[in-house]
Structures are given as C-alpha cells and as structure tokens.
Design a protein around this ligand. Structure first.
Ligand code: SF4
Length: 308
C-alpha cells in the first residue's frame, strides 16, 4: 500500500485521491490495514479498539489523541482534518469472522473509540459508524461493546443500538459549565444537547422491544465546574447509571495524560482557581458527587471505563 501523503500537510505529491472540506475540516479517505486493534493501556480490559476515523473534528484542546497524528503538521492542526477509513466495514466483517473460530467461548470486547469520536460531524454524511454497528449486529450480535462519544448524533442510531445486548454508552461531559466547555472544547456539542441525548436513548428504547444500554457520563478529564454550577450539574447526572471522573494531569507521565499543547496549558492558567490546587478542587467535587448521587456508581479513571 502506498504511503499516503495528505494534501495541505506535506510538500510531497499526495497519493490519496479524496480531499474535500466538511465544515472547516479537510477530509481524506484511505484504506486501512486493520480495523480491530489490540486495546492497550488504559482500556486493556478490552480485546480491541475500533476507530472508524482518524483525527477528530471536535479538536478538544486537551486531547491526547492528537499525539497519534500522521505527521507533525497535522498534529499542530488537530481538529481541522479527518481521515475516513473507507474499507472499515468490510474489514470488520473479516476480522470478526476470524475471532470466533479462535475464541469459541469468549465474546469479543470492543471499545469504540479510543482516539476519535465515532459521532463527530462527518458521520452525518458518511454513516461509517452506523455501517460498523450493522456489521457487528450481523456477525457478532452478542459481543461486548462500549461506545465513547460526546455527540448527540448517537441518537440517530437508536434503532441499531437497542439491538445490542451488551452495550454501554459513555457520554463524555467533562464540565458542567458551558463557559468552561467553550474554552476547552469550543467545537463540541453543548452540555444540554449531550444530556438530552442520554435522556432520549433511555426514553426511546422500550425494554419490551429492545435492550436499554448501560449509560455512563464520563467527566474525563474532570475540567473545572464553578462552585455555583456544581449542584445543578450533579443533579443532571442522575440520568446515568455511572459517573466517571479523572484528574487532568497535563504534565504527568500517566497513561491518560492530556496533550501538553500550549493552548491547554494556557487554559489551565486561566482557570487557576481550580488548577492552583487541583487535587483539592477535584476531591471536593468528588465528595459532592458522592453525597448527591447516592444511587449511582461513581468510579475513577481506568476502572470507570470498564464495561461491567
Ligand atoms: S472528542 Fe475525543 S477524540 Fe475528539 S478531540 Fe475531543 S477528546 Fe479528542
């Protein structure tokens, strides 16, 4: 397979044919060699990660996935490009077919997605994530699946989601403050839209006709939520069955580290009231969660990203 060069991000002659714009993003397409990749590190409880796209139009300022960009120019321009893995559905079918003869007594555990958002804006045009769900339903209907997203667009696939017996949806909402969200992840959907999406999934699925998925809200990395907004936010989290928190370590060597991009660090300076004593801010928030959400699982870090 020829090494792809991405027009606009390299001076070399490009070998990838498709380049178009979608919103403000440059869109490329390529065939990939595998679509189920071994899950490691923070999510090593899973067998595979499944990333329909490479790159992410949400371009969150703290995103660690930027480090996996194809080249340094694209890393610098994180959020402004996306690569469609155009053979993803075909590959998934083949790779799932290989799993069962080798693992007759074990369900594959899949985490979708670890370095992209499967419901970023381009999905509304491409429907690639939807195609992957269709393949899973046909070839591995009782696999264990976790979908990690921050997009209300997931509700377009409720008809498919309700057919998965072992599904957890992790809706990412790192802060309860719209002002903070706009600073850290200005291109992402509003907090209200994400909460409404979780509510819609619960309401739309009739337990007599489909499976209601497990629903988590992942406050990860846990961004600042001003004191006067915390109570309202925490009450809104009651629609989930699990809440996951994770400290935001911009410079530590831990596995789930935020990007060290200057933008992210500048934001931390802006929110010094939280970050100057992050441990204390985080612990206070955690205690408030525990005292207000007595009927909901509250988990931290790696443990919270498990399926069970
Ligand atoms: S939505 Fe997720 S993958 Fe996309 S930029 Fe934000 S943190 Fe990264």
């Amino acid at each position: 397979m020829a090494k792809p060069h991405y027009e606009g991000y390299t001076t070399e002659k490009h070998t990838v044919l498709l380049r178009e714009n979608f919103g403000s993003a440059n869109v490329y397409a390529k065939n990939t060699q595998s679509i189920l990749n071994q899950a490691t590190g923070f999510i090593n409880a899973y067998d595979f990660t499944l990333n329909p796209y490479r790159g992410c139009q949400y371009g969150c300022s703290y995103c660690y996935a930027a480090a996996f960009s194809p080249n340094s120019n694209m890393r610098q321009d994180w959020g402004n490009w996306v690569i469609i893995k155009q053979n993803a559905a075909e590959l998934l079918q083949k790779e799932l077919a290989r799993w069962y003869p080798n693992n007759p007594d074990k369900l594959p555990r899949i985490y979708m997605s670890s370095v992209t958002d499967p419901y970023q804006p381009i999905e509304s045009k491409e429907g690639l994530t939807r195609q992957l769900l269709e393949v899973m339903l046909e070839y591995a209907p009782i696999l264990i699946l976790v979908i990690q997203t921050r997009s209300p667009m997931i509700t377009k696939d409720i008809d498919l989601l309700q057919r998965f017996k072992n599904l957890r949806i992790n809706m990412s909402i790192p802060t309860g403050s719209e002002a903070v969200r706009k600073d850290f992840e200005p291109r992402s959907p509003s907090i209200k839209a994400r909460l409404n999406a979780v509510q819609k999934i619960k309401q739309r699925i009739d337990p007599l006709k489909g499976y209601v998925p497990k629903l988590s809200i992942t406050i990860t990395p846990t961004l600042p939520t001003p004191l006067d907004e915390q109570e309202v936010f925490i009450n809104q989290l009651k629609i989930a069955d699990r809440v996951v928190i994770q400290e935001f370590h911009a410079s530590s060597g831990r596995s789930l580290v935020a990007s060290t991009r200057e933008e992210a660090l500048a934001l931390k300076r802006k929110y010094a009231w939280w970050y100057d004593n992050e441990e204390k801010s985080y612990q206070q928030f955690k205690h408030k969660l525990a005292s207000m959400l007595t009927d909901i699982q509250i988990m931290e870090g790696k443990e919270g990203f498990g399926y069970e």
